[in-house]
Ligand binder design. Structure first.
Ligand code: AMP
Ligand code: GLY
Length: 418
């Protein structure tokens, strides 16, 4: 099978690493890829991932059998529709289905209509109405911009002032900020359950826990994710069954009832309290860094599974998992998720790998022959070991041998599960 992978983050490096293990793989390309992906795929840098026509042409020219779309933006931008229209198979939902992430309001209304457990909410098209609602409800309360905002369009306000100010801040999210979602605050512990689906059948992946806040103890701003581990013990057998039966299956069925066939990965971000899981958000693609730990534990052929999703027939597929645990610590640029410096030389990656870590590149590039930083999240240092304790101890030994100026990472990844 000739495969084209779209994207350049830690998620895509993890996908490339796993796809490359498949006996089904023949030629492998990535657009644009990154220095880590280069070890597995030919990286093509001169085509934009928002240029659907150019991507379709490339896929035709290279006889691509399956395009794997990593990030949400091209999914929301209809890349899978364009590929399918040209007769090319793709892993990932079509535009109308990707709305589940592309519009939080679409997702909330779908959940409400079909009784899928989530926080109560109000939708507002002008700031004054939002503020009135907030005054009625009180704090803590959550204010969200509607569209894609790279995990940053959400403010969890602890008091009324903060909540009222948050409404003004929504203006910083462009079009996404013209529609404001105000949500009841949910207490509890978060977990991510990602599932493969062909539009009918659901195959949940092993549950993971992300660490969204930038600083230890879940303090500071929200980020794309500062580290993850799997399996997440908070998702025990009972919760896992509840998530499948009350959330994942009903969501796929609800979309179906709305005339939308959802194929690809459905990511359910969950809040779990008192044995009950509610949806915080849906994403239309694999979670990052969650997928870095999930794939570290997957023993099945991911390419075969993704191809079955794209073909609309997962019916005879199962997934087998390692009994071990995996942990990923994100090394980020100092300042992230706000402004940060780029082009800082990175040392110690090979040494960390020799100590047993898998290093997934997220924001790196090669400059004058040297590996340098090029993004907020720079590296995902990932370790698999027989126990979570061993994985955590080892991952931090590996992190400590990697250096770049102002590197920032959380020291408490997986601490809650230990
Ligand atoms: P989202 O982008 O919707 O996943 O929100 C980002 C983060 O904000 C989540 O991972 C939660 O930590 C937090 N969050 C969002 N909505 C709520 C809510 N209703 N109650 C409590 N925390 C929330
Ligand atoms: N790690 C959170 C996300 O991928 O959205």
């Amino acid at each position: 099978m000739n495969v084209l992978l779209i994207g350049n983050g830690g998620r895509e490096h993890a996908l490339a690493w796993k796809i490359a293990q498949s006996p089904l793989l023949e030629k492998f390309f990535a657009i644009p890829g990154n220095p880590g992906i280069k070890n597995f795929a030919e990286c093509v840098g001169n085509i934009s991932i928002s240029d659907n026509a150019a991507l379709v042409n490339f896929a035709k020219e290279k006889n691509i059998d399956l395009v794997v779309v990593g990030p949400e933006a091209p999914l929301v931008n209809g890349l899978v529709d364009a590929l399918n229209a040209a007769g090319i198979k793709a892993f990932g939902p079509k535009k109308v289905a990707a709305q589940i992430e592309g519009s939080k309001i679409f997702a909330k209304c779908l959940m409400k209509k079909y009784g899928i457990p989530t926080a109560d909410f109000g939708i507002f098209y002008n700031p004054e109405d939002a503020r009135n609602f907030i005054r009625q409800k009180g704090a803590p309360i959550v204010i969200k911009a509607d569209g894609l905002a790279a995990g940053k369009g959400v403010i969890v306000a602890q008091n009324l002032d903060e909540a009222l100010n948050a409404v003004n801040e929504m203006r910083n999210f462009g079009d996404a900020g013209n529609k404001i979602l105000v949500e009841e605050f949910m207490n509890g512990e978060e977990a991510s359950v990602l599932a493969l689906t062909d539009g009918e059948k659901i195959l949940p992946l092993i549950a993971a826990q992300d660490h969204k806040r930038v600083d230890d103890g879940d303090k500071g701003l929200n980020t794309g994710g500062m580290g993850a581990y799997a399996p997440a013990p908070i998702v025990d057998e009972k919760i896992a069954a509840q998530v499948t039966e009350k959330i994942l299956k009903p969501t796929i069925a609800a979309l179906k009832a709305e005339g939308i066939t959802y194929r690809g990965c459905l990511y359910a971000g969950l809040m779990i309290q008192n044995g009950e899981a509610k949806v915080v958000e849906f994403n239309c693609r694999f979670g990052d860094p969650e997928i870095q730990v999930v794939l570290s534990l997957m023993e099945s052929d991911l390419l075969d599974l993704m191809n079955a999703c794209a073909e609309g027939d997962l019916s005879d597929k199962k997934i087998s998992w390692s009994k071990e645990s995996a942990v990923c610590v994100i090394m980020a640029s100092g300042g992230y998720p706000k402004a940060y410096k780029k082009n800082l030389p990175i040392d110690g990656v090979i040494k960390a790998e020799s100590l047993g870590a898998k290093i997934f590149h997220a924001g790196t590039k090669i400059k004058d022959g040297e590996l340098v930083t090029s993004g907020g999240r720079v590296l995902g240092v990932t370790v698999k070991a027989p126990t979570l304790r061993e994985a955590v101890d080892k991952v931090y030994k590996c992190v400590e041998v990697i250096h770049f100026d102002n590197a920032h990472y959380r020291k408490d990844i997986a601490a809650r599960a230990l």
